[in-house]
Write a protein that binds this ligand. Sequence first.
Ligand code: GLN
Length: 199
Amino acid sequence: VPVIGVLALQGDVREHVAALAAAGADARPVRRPAELDAVDGLVVPGGESTTISKLTDIFEMREPIDKRIVDGMPVYGSCAGMIMLATEVLDGRPDQRGFSGIDMTVRRNAFGRQVDSFEAPVDITGVPGEPFHAVFIRAPWVERVGAGVEVIGSVTGGPAADRIVAVRQGNLLATSFHPELTGDLRVHAYFVDLVRSVS
Ligand code: GLN
């Protein structure tokens, strides 16, 4: 059984731990370097990316997480977690910093100029079945991806149609939305499979 940590500095940690456990992982909160050493994969939850960035430094987790990413540890970032995995952030705070993550540009609170929170169907490459019912809460979208980044999900209709909301680069996965809130375990199962395949 793959051991998967949820970065537990701020955000909806419990919901991700529950979803990962239901998807077959040994899931646990992680906030110390020694706890990080014990996991095969990591989830960076939704919350507030500026706060997560700040607490990452206070808890001295930045270097250990970057090191594990370079070593190939799978990481899944949801919403604020997606922002923490982006190499470039628009509309961010000048002092917020992400991990050595996905070669992409995300815009913070991107949908928020029209509407704060909304739900929309998203087709995700590699996730079989019906389109995913995605919940967006002050979510980012992806405005640029580098050559090594695969776009695996976009909004299918409505005012935000075609916006990129799910990407993968190697063992790094990110979604703008919150699958941990819907009871649909397919994204977490996809990540658990990814962790299983490399550990
Ligand atoms: N707007 C938040 C941020 O910038 C993300 C919101 C969320 O994670 N639901 O970090």
